[in-house]
Design a protein around this ligand. Structure first.
Ligand code: HEC
Length: 301
């Protein structure tokens, strides 16, 4: 009896509205390849001498996903092994981590109920090493999204606009504390990414922050919950977030917009750039966008 009433209370949100997590088995899945990017910064991918695709990106507005959904796994495999890539034959991982795989297939799902949006990520963890850069967290899953093309280039590159060559552990790092930022960021006009993070460590809390002229790991009010469960052989991480947001660095999610997003998984107690990242994707509420493979329609449940 006690158990039941607790469960019932748990699904009532402030105001009394009924808000149960969606029946995930009914939600469309999208397979997304997360790959190891090494030091492939925004500056590298947008430099024509390194990456011959720059004119297609700039002039033809080709998305990263359009060209690389298919070969993201091969890109990750090459970079993690320290092999030369790009037209400049750059080595984007100067210290190849032994035994690390180049990519992870992730099953992505999202749904909303008119009040909240739910994201779900599922993957099977690769082999675990004994090196623990992050002592607390075996896994961190971070999602970034803009306010509906409020960050320049985000509709093509997801969250590459935050990934710079002068960040800690990147090629031109000068400051080992420097984390993600958006050039010319502006909170007032929405030129920033909302950030949500799940951390698996004992006692760790969900992070609701943002990336503007610097990365801030607090201030948001939208993230209701971020949970992770290791079910047998796989990880399942879910985010539950109000559509309204309402805190500092929260984008309101409204049906009239299309949001650009990307996400990353720090597997195996890793830190900084030693993560797996997605290319750029888009989501909208109850919106089908014909012919855009990187668009995910978040339907109402
Ligand atoms: C028009 C197609 C196209 C687009 C769009 C594109 N790329 Fe590429 N990318 C290529 C090609 C072709 C290569 C192979 C090397 C070269 O020609 O520079 C490449 C190479 C790379 C590499 C090195 C791996 C390798 O195998 O050489 C990375 C990393 C990469 N791209 C990331 C990105 C990112 C991130 C974006 C979005 C900002 C992007 N690419 C957009 C076509 C594209």
């Amino acid at each position: 009896m006690k158990k039941i009433s607790w469960a019932v209370m748990g699904v009532f949100v402030a105001g009394g509205a009924f808000a149960a997590p969606p029946d995930w088995s009914k939600v469309t899945e999208r397979k997304i390849k997360l790959f190891y990017p090494g030091q492939a910064s925004l500056e590298w991918v947008m430099n024509k001498a390194d990456h011959s695709a720059v004119p297609d990106i700039v002039d033809k507005k080709r998305t990263c996903a359009k060209c690389h959904e298919g070969d993201a796994n091969e890109i990750g495999d090459k970079i993690v092994a320290g092999k030369p890539v790009g037209s400049s034959k750059s080595v984007l991982e100067p210290k190849p981590p032994a035994g690390k795989v180049g990519w992870i297939p992730v099953i992505f799902k999202a749904a909303h109920d008119g009040e909240k949006i739910y994201f779900r990520f599922e993957w099977v963890p690769p082999k675990i090493s004994k090196v623990h850069a992050d002592k607390l967290n075996e896994v961190k899953l971070t999602m970034l999204f803009d306010g509906g093309s409020t960050v320049e280039g985000a509709e093509l590159n997801g969250c590459w606009a935050t990934c710079h060559t002068d960040l800690r552990s990147m090629k031109d790092a000068k400051d080992d504390k420097k984390t993600k930022y958006v050039k010319g960021a502006d909170l007032a006009s929405g030129k920033f990414y909302d950030l949500m993070q799940y951390r698996s460590g004992k006692g760790e809390k969900p992070v609701d922050g943002y990336v503007a002229d610097q990365r801030v790991m607090e201030g948001g009010k939208g993230l209701v919950n971020a949970t992770g469960v290791k079910e047998g052989n796989k990880w399942v991480v879910t985010f539950e977030r109000t559509l309204a947001g309402g805190g500092k660095g929260d984008h309101a999610i409204t049906p009239d917009k299309i949001y650009n997003f990307g996400f990353a998984i720090h597997e195996d107690y890793t830190e900084a750039r030693n993560h797996y990242v997605s290319l750029g994707y888009q989501f909208g509420l109850d919106k089908t966008v014909e012919g855009v493979k990187s668009h995910y329609n978040v339907t109402k449940r």
